[in-house]
Design a binder for this molecule. Structure first.
Ligand SMILES: [Zn+2]
Length: 539
């Protein structure tokens, strides 16, 4: 299959075919119409945004047999010669390879002669910032006293490298990068005309990777078509661009939730081995997390997440396993990592370290709750029930069973604590995310028929309260002890229980709790603070 480079074949030939840069085009067309042509123009902007193309169209507008005209005909001899690059009067010079003073002198000598067939002599100097200092100086003389009917059009990606003396003699135009939408529009047009069947999603991927450059986007499309033929699937775009699809991102997110570092590192290795670019993956992962957050928070996520591109059911399932603020934290860590990866000579390692931190992301605790609880700890006279046990599973094991589940009914004691530990391990084995949910729960009641759990944080409570999660817990109890329990949950509301029926409460506490619990030692308070904040004692 013969496939011509899109960028050349689809180069706009008239102002009306140009995409973007409307403000510049209008100014240039007005200048032609009002016969207020400047002797020198400077077009600056990133590559592939239409600088040289605009320069050529301007040359045509000035020299068209029907002109000067705001829109060249593109069919007359002058227009055709300019399009084909064979015009004697319109010369295109590459500043990068003709950057010496000798070349500029040649050019200036030529400037003096009258035009052969055109109205204007037009010199388009591309990458003009590459000219040497002496070349610029030679050019400056001509710019100061330009001959009649000579127009210089300079194009550059780095206008800051151009001497002020030159800049001040040019009319300067800053070309903007093209938007994804503009690029997609053009790619769609090209695909239609070329008979290429391509998904919008694939075009979006290509536009994203073109980063505002039409030329880059078009040559990416060429590469993809060369790879896959005229039927472009998301898979072929992924293969050519070195990006990954939803399945891989899904695996990353599941492994993050399961805190499975070895799976994450294996996935990174697989991805690298498959020749994918990790910085793209980091970016796509951030985008994916954004979608998870949208699915979690929005009433109608299908309007905000491209349902053609993403499997909403999978997104919903995964979003359920995260708190909104966890997703938020993961997102910001990934976006920071992407920037760091670009700067680093060890991008893979930077990415791996970020994943390592991602598995440890926890929801933020409500600051008001924390302050309230610290206040309660400081008040040594407060009953122990006011400070909920917040020990992490690891800490529980070290300290023995008595401390973390102080609320398990007294007569049941250590046997139930041990049983609960087993049940907890079983639950987490079935659904690793529970490691994180059960970290801060209290067992209010664990009898033959009831397992009641209390949670400090209403979000976690809501998650555990779901039918499927309660039945998961009941199943875990069944498989550990053979018993059938009804699973209930509640929120911990310690301060309220204190206020109601105060004397009764205190009487009960006096008889039930050993006196050691009534007045807390300093070390106990510190330990409780550590349990709440999850820190370590430095000294
Ligand atoms: Zn013409």
């Amino acid at each position: 299959m013969e496939f011509q480079v899109s960028a050349r074949k689809w180069r706009p030939q008239k102002f009306s075919q140009l995409i973007g840069q409307e403000h510049i085009i209008r100014t240039l067309q007005n200048a032609v119409e009002l016969n207020r042509i400047s002797h020198a123009y400077l077009f600056s902007g990133t590559r592939g945004v239409g600088k040289t193309t605009t320069a050529r169209i301007l040359a045509k507008a000035l020299n068209c047999e029907n002109g000067p005209t705001p829109e060249p005909c593109d069919t007359c001899v002058a227009c055709r010669e300019i399009r084909e690059g064979s015009s004697i009067d319109v010369r295109e010079i590459d500043g990068a390879s003709n950057n010496g003073v000798a070349e500029v002198r040649d050019l200036i000598d030529n400037v003096q002669y009258a035009t052969s067939s055109c109205r204007y002599k037009v010199y388009i100097i591309d990458e003009v910032h590459m000219l040497s200092k002496s070349a610029f100086n030679a050019l400056l003389k001509t710019l100061e006293e330009p001959p009649e009917r000579v127009v210089f059009i300079f194009a550059t990606t780095e206008s800051d490298k151009i001497p002020e003396t030159i800049l001040s003699r040019c009319q300067c135009f800053e070309f903007k990068p093209l938007t994804h939408k503009q690029i997609i529009q053009q790619l769609q047009l090209i695909s239609e005309q070329e008979g290429i069947a391509v998904y919008t999603l694939s075009l979006e991927e290509i536009a994203k990777n073109g980063a505002g450059s039409m030329r880059d986007a078009q040559s990416l499309l060429d590469q993809v078509v060369a790879f896959s033929g005229k039927e472009v699937t998301p898979g072929s775009v992924e293969a050519v661009l070195g990006i990954v699809g939803q399945k891989t991102l899904e695996i990353f997110i599941d492994a993050i939730r399961a805190q499975d570092c070895s799976a994450l590192f294996a996935q990174v290795q697989d991805t690298v081995n498959a020749g994918k670019d990790l910085s793209y993956i980091c970016r796509d992962l951030a985008d994916y997390v954004r979608n998870l957050l949208v699915v979690k928070m929005a009433d109608a996520p299908e309007k905000l997440v491209d349902a053609q591109a993403w499997d909403l059911e999978v997104l919903k399932r995964q979003a359920e396993n995260f708190h909104a603020d966890e997703l938020h934290q993961i997102f910001s860590l990934l976006t920071r990592t992407e920037v760091e990866m670009k700067r680093s000579s060890l991008p893979q390692q930077v990415f791996e370290m970020a994943l390592f931190r991602l598995v440890d992301v926890r929801p933020f605790q409500n600051i008001d709750d924390l302050i309230k609880r610290i206040g309660e700890m400081e008040d040594a006279g407060s009953p122990p029930a006011a400070v909920p046990a917040q020990a992490k599973p690891a800490a529980e094991a070290e300290k023995g069973p008595a401390v973390p589940v102080a609320k398990v009914q007294a007569e049941q004691g250590a046997a139930d604590v041990a049983l609960w530990e087993k049940v907890k391990a079983e639950i987490c084995a079935r659904k690793p995310v529970f490691l994180h949910y059960l970290e801060s729960c209290q067992v209010v009641e664990f009898s033959d028929s009831v397992l009641h759990l209390a949670f400090q944080d209403p979000y976690t409570r809501d998650l555990v309260e779901r039918e499927e999660n309660r039945s998961l817990i009941a199943q875990a109890v069944r498989s550990v002890s053979g018993g059938e329990v009804r699973v209930g949950t509640s929120e911990i509301k310690a301060p309220e229980s204190q206020a109601s029926g105060q004397t009764d409460e205190i009487e009960k506490k006096k008889s039930a709790a050993p006196s050691a619990l009534m007045t807390k030692s300093e070390s106990e308070i510190i330990q409780q603070a550590l349990d709440v904040f999850g820190g370590v004692l430095m000294r």
